[in-house]
Write a protein that binds this ligand. Structure first.
Ligand code: 6PG
Length: 621
């Protein structure tokens, strides 16, 4: 591509000979109407050009089915190139032959029998929107040099960069490469511990044979086609900032950095703004699915600028999991840190789902079941209440270690990397009662006090004699009840954040991309895709109301019996308490308001005065 006279037909033909692929001169494909217009000396307008560009796009699509081809076309505007690119975005390589007005005029004048008015040429220079994604070549180089440069760059340039080859980075690299994307891979060089990681990794797997491995940042960045798309898979926190700092000197305007770590959404917004000031796009990507998901298809939640998202969409959609209709579990969520926000809440929901299963385990264990027996009970739940976390829990419970079950040998202190903590902070900051997330987080924190728990277990030894009279079916119903409340609270938090930050999030689409690939995928999630099409509040959906009404009596019985038996079931308990508080039309908050007014003159409003007027009472008189 390039203005008239830049040499695109000559270079195209020579490249075609060199690379042994067919060449087509775009000018030969004008429809009759354009030819008629041009022969009358009339300039073509955008409308005339669009038809012609569509013909060239069809030609390119057809050729691509055989192998490949070279097409010469001025392609001056972005919109023209968009048409030429339709359906073949991942395969198109643009070569822009660039020269100044004077240089091109000079070249045209040197050609025999060729005339072009400088006015017409000037109008092309006025029209051209220079591509950011092209191999840009200076027309002043010799044809030989041009051909060599283009071929070198076509060979060496990759389409996508992956920075950081930890567990997730490696799996995503293999996933991208197996989808036939040409990628560059980078891992830092640490003497004696991390040397030539990318090169060795490439040798390990057949699908990586076309990848370009690096351990210097500059070479890695230079190997990627512009605008560069680089997925950073590094530890969230300060490391992300230092990676950005190290990459920046080598990036160009319009390049796109994607942070695929579990970063805090507030930091993502800061990084987005900072990089915007440097003309670099920043996308905060929530990636869920662990190592296996990353390799076989994760769920991907992207936040940032939509235009930048469109450029990375083909790559991320291709590697993501697919829903039951084969649609990618990858979506543009909204601006700034919204992708990382929803991933954070995903993890909050995940914490509760895990805690609920842990509490079910506690109850079934206290009823005298061993891990294998518990696994068999849970196995039966799959037909009505399946989820990824239920499935892995069954596997875990069956795992043996010698004569015992491995689960019995694992230290009962639950770790965390911070996302549950952030979700709890966010829900408090936004004033949303996602109480189950807090209860699941605090259950992990409580577990951490192992030594103090041992002492407390002696000091407060239970002398309860009563036995549980609940059935496995009762426990299942309680678990189903608590899961609905958990999901209600998680999605409610997202909905409120969306309103506060004006993100305009789509809960149905979000639940859709959580139906596969991610840790909280479940049968229940599939139901939400439809429900969220008509409401953003699960507790108003008739089917959900019906289910809750059916399940609650049993849940109350199970939770009360557990409490009578001194069993720690804080999240199951919270699910009932939350619903009791929430489904109370006239609550005890009137007393709180009176107390506040009593000691602090904070005032209160009256239910018999609709004007929202604030009252204060002198309570002592
Ligand atoms: C996922 C997981 C993943 C990871 C979290 C767990 O969606 O793939 O949520 O992101 O397992 O880091 O966090 P904790 O270490 O805090 O449990």
């Amino acid at each position: 591509m390039g203005v008239s006279g830049c040499g695109k037909s000559t270079i195209g033909q020579l490249l075609s000979n060199e690379m042994n692929i067919p060449f087509f001169d775009g000018d030969d494909y004008h429809p009759e109407s354009n030819i008629a217009k041009m022969s009358k000396g009339e300039a073509l307008n955008d409308h005339d050009r669009f038809g012609w560009l569509k013909i060239l796009n069809k030609l390119a699509n057809t050729q691509l089915k055989n192998s490949s081809c070279i097409i010469a076309c001025s392609a001056l505007k972005n919109s023209y190139r968009d048409i030429l690119n339709e359906g073949i975005q991942n395969s198109t390589k643009w070569v822009f032959l660039k020269g100044s007005f004077e240089q091109i005029t000079d070249r045209i004048n040197k050609r025999k029998n060729h005339f072009m008015s400088s006015e017409l040429l000037q109008s092309q220079f006025n029209t051209i929107e220079e591509p950011t994604e092209a191999i840009t070549i200076d027309v002043n180089l010799s044809t030989k040099q041009i051909i060599k440069k283009v071929i070198d760059q076509l060979k060496n340039n990759s389409e996508f960069g992956l920075f950081g080859l930890g567990v997730m980075g490696k799996s995503l690299a293999r996933n991208l490469a197996s989808k036939e994307f040409k990628i560059s891979m980078f891992n830092r060089h640490v003497k004696d511990s991390e040397e030539n990681v990318a090169i060795h990794f490439k040798d390990e797997f057949e699908e990586l044979s076309n990848t370009l491995p690096f351990d210097t940042i500059e070479a890695f960045v230079n190997s990627i086609k512009k605008p560069r798309k680089i997925l950073m898979m590094v530890n969230a926190g300060n490391i992300t900032d230092s990676v950005i700092k190290n990459l920046l000197p080598f990036l160009s305007k319009g390049d796109i950095l994607i942070d695929g770590g579990n970063s805090n959404y507030n930091k993502t917004k800061e990084r987005f703004d900072y990089l915007k000031s440097k003309n670099i796009h920043f996308i905060g990507a929530g990636v869920s699915g662990g190592e296996e998901g990353a390799l076989k298809g994760p769920s991907i939640m992207l936040g940032g600028n939509k235009e930048a998202y469109k450029k990375v969409e083909p790559f991320l959609e291709a590697i993501s999991a697919k829903d039951k209709n084969s649609l990618p579990c990858c979506a543009y969520i909204g601006p700034e840190g919204s992708g990382h926000f929803v991933k954070m809440v995903h993890n909050g929901i995940e914490y509760v789902e895990m805690q609920l299963l842990a509490e079910v385990f506690v109850i079934l264990k206290s009823s005298g079941n061993n891990p294998d027996e518990i696994a068999s009970i849970l196995e039966l739940w799959k037909s009505t209440t399946n989820s990824y976390l239920l499935e892995i829990t069954i596997d875990i419970l069956r795992k043996k270690d010698g004569n015992d079950w491995l689960i019995n040998k694992i230290m009962d202190k639950a770790g965390n990397k911070g996302t549950g903590n952030w979700t709890t902070i966010a829900t408090a900051q936004l004033g949303v009662p996602s109480t189950m997330i807090a209860s699941a987080l605090f259950a992990r924190y409580t577990s951490f006090y192992k030594e103090e728990r041992i002492t407390a277990s002696k000091n407060f030894e239970s002398n309860t004699v009563s036995k549980l009279t609940i059935t496995n079916e009762d426990i299942l119903k309680t678990y189903q009840f608590a899961r609905i409340i958990n999901h209600h609270q998680g999605f409610k938090l997202i909905e409120e954040a969306s309103k506060s930050y004006k993100w305009n999030l789509n809960l149905s689409e979000l639940s859709r991309i959580w139906t596969n690939g991610c840790i909280i995928k479940s049968d229940l999630m599939i139901e939400f895709v439809t429900i969220f099409k008509s409401t953003s509040n699960l507790l108003t959906d008739p089917e959900i109301i019906k289910k809750i009404k059916e399940l609650k009596p049993t849940a109350k019985k199970v939770v009360s019996e557990c409490i009578l038996n001194d069993l720690p079931i804080s999240s199951l308990n919270e699910s009932i308490n939350f619903l009791n508080s929430f489904a109370t039309a006239n609550s005890s908050a009137n007393l709180i308001q009176a107390q506040r007014d009593y000691f602090g003159a904070h005032t209160y409003q009256r239910i018999d005065d609709k004007s929202n007027k604030n009252y204060h009472t002198n309570w002592k008189n």
